[in-house]
Write a protein that binds this ligand. Sequence first.
Ligand code: ZN
Length: 443
Amino acid sequence: MRRFFSPLSSALNDNPHHRRLTIGLVVLLLASGVTAYSIAPLSPADSTLPVRQLIEAVTPTATTAPIDQEAVVPMVLYRSEFTRTSDSANTLLQRLGVSDNAATKFLVNDKASRTLLAGTPGKFVSIEADGQQRLLRLKALWPNADGVQFSRLVVERGANGYTSRVEMEQLQSSVRLASATVRNSLNAAAAQAKLPGTIATQLVSVYSRVADFRDVLRAGDSFRVVYEILEADGEVLRVGKLLGAEFVKKDRRYQVMWFEQAGQKGGFYTLDGQSIDRKAMKLPLDASVSSDYGMRIHPVFGKPKTHEGIDFAVASGTPIRSAADGIVSFAGWQKGYGKFVLVKHRDQKATAYAHLSRIQVRKGQRVVLGELLGSVGQTGTATGPNLHFEYLVKDRPQDPDNIARQPADISISSTNSSEFKRMALAMRRHLEVAPLVAMTTVE
Ligand SMILES: [Zn+2]
């Protein structure tokens, strides 16, 4: 009997070579210590998958009762569907091509069978029916709430009518690879690559964190994806987590991987171990604050005025470093501020640096956290060499103390570093072969 795979897996499994490759990759990933991930249920779109149907002649076996020579060859109809919110036993069986009152009645009255239409819809159901559209066997699969096991409901017709049973087993985790070249947008390309919705969302989110906010993917750029799926009896029941991704933008290549350190929240890292959660910012130099943020008597004008930043009174020439990754949006003279640098960061944040003696960046330049912007000086309205530093959110000054309180970058602990390296190596291999495996998925 020919196996029917759901569309998610068919692209990989239709070709025996691809199947072998997939299995090899699964082994790789398992060997590299991937364990549990948070899991998202199949998106609603997945429940509108086309019905798959196969009619097949059954070869009577020796134990089968002799059949009437005149009778047509017994036919067995195989169909599968996903349960819907609006389903009753009747509508579900109808959609599966079954017209069988006894079966409908059994599904309605049998306690185990009632679980099929209770709870979350989207359960995978496959049936076998005879030539008279009577139900011979029904199997339903759905993931359990723990995300580790699945339930299998089996309803079978025997000599004394229908029987049912529910079994529980471990979900099988495996990886899927995909790749695509962007024509319009990352979102459109993700759809073109037939990525499950939850994976596409994670991909867009990861890209926004890994790349500069100005670096939108454009036509000709590409991505590769490695993600987890959970299967039962060869059917994809759940889409797991995005495990890794590669983005190629002109000459830039970003590779990231999901990693979970023992006792810590998991996150995405570059393959050399840098967390991509760069929400953390750092103060521009390592010195104590000489003048706080807030209302104060202005040192030059002698009147109460809100101090919209903090000052560091340090020696002229002290290096000033960018508080976060970003783009220099101003570098030059600004009245009162003297030699002044403004850097825009992601999430509508910006940082400003005033009274510099020397500016070492230019407008439009991309800078990373800690990159040298210039040196402390006394230009503009200043009573002595100092760095006046501002932290802005949506163009409004905030207390830069908030930056100091933000958690530092999460780095890989030394106890986890060998495991991280092993996983990064496996991920690199996955990403290398992604375009080969995913060809059938994309076109
Ligand atoms: Zn100041």
